[in-house]
Design a protein around this ligand. Structure first.
Ligand code: PGA
Length: 246
């Protein structure tokens, strides 16, 4: 299991300021002065904060990631950010196919796959997100939906991370049961087993300090992707502290 180090990833979404980034890094640094990181730590702030937060997180050995990238390496795409621009700022990861991008920006599996491929080509590790809606889960289609997303969104080769985030659990305070998480992660593990590389599978959706221990203790969960609770360094740290030793 040592090659599947627990990954605690924060997704700040469209939140944060220079002051908030500085305060976050300062507080995280205080925790890390007391205790070595219990897991691999990663923060994905908005693009505007990558450089500033990255410069503060680097000495702490906390990773930096972006929240999205374009599939093309450059071009006339106003407002977009290309994958090769990200390592320059210190990024090692990029989230692709988050449900908010899929739903609000109309990204389909082919687009997500193209972005993941662009990330790999730029030397980044893509965190590819999948997850079913509440209606899909209620109709018993969760596994088939997620299986289809996985098949369509993953590049055929390359080191990546998969994040399972049931859409109905994101930002809602609703949690999947431990049995549901174990079931889906087991399903993903079997599917990913056909790949040659080791793939970590994160769970995401209303992960908080109070439920992190149970979620991180669930079989086939290699870490968490945390939205709201990653904005405060104390909460982010409390979630990381719940990681089991591997
Ligand atoms: P949440 O978001 O923790 O605020 O539910 C998770 C995510 O969307 O990555």
């Amino acid at each position: 299991l040592s090659d599947r180090r627990v990954l605690i990833a924060g997704n700040w979404k469209m939140h944060g300021s220079l002051a908030a980034a500085d305060a976050f890094a300062y507080r995280l640094g205080e925790h890390l002065a007391d205790r070595a990181a219990p897991a691999e730590l990663l923060v994905c702030p908005p693009a505007t904060l990558l450089e500033r937060l990255g410069s503060k997180l680097r000495p702490l050995k906390v990773g930096l990631g972006a929240q999205d990238c374009h599939a093309k390496p450059s071009g006339a795409f106003t407002g977009d950010i290309a994958a090769p621009m990200l390592p320059e700022l210190g990024c090692r990861y990029v989230i692709v196919g988050h449900s908010e991008r899929r739903q609000l920006h109309g990204e389909d599996d082919a687009t997500v796959r193209a972005k993941a491929e662009a990330a790999l080509a730029a030397g980044l590790t893509p965190i590819v997100c999948v997850g079913e809606t509440e209606a899909q889960r209620e109709s018993g289609a969760a596994e088939s939906v997620v299986g289809t997303q996985l098949e369509g969104s993953l590049p055929s080769a390359g080191m990546l991370v998969v994040a399972y985030e049931p859409v109905w659990a994101i930002g809602t305070g609703k949690n999947a049961t431990q049995a549901d998480i174990a079931g889906m992660h087991g399903f993903l593990r079997r599917r990913l087993g056909e790949r040659g590389t080791v793939t970590r599978i994160l769970y995401g959706g209303s992960v908080k300090p109070q439920n992190a221990g149970e979620i991180l203790g669930t079989s086939d969960v290699d870490g968490v992707l945390v939205g709201g609770a990653s904005l405060q360094a104390d909460d982010f740290w409390a979630i990381a502290a719940a990681a089991p030793a591997r």
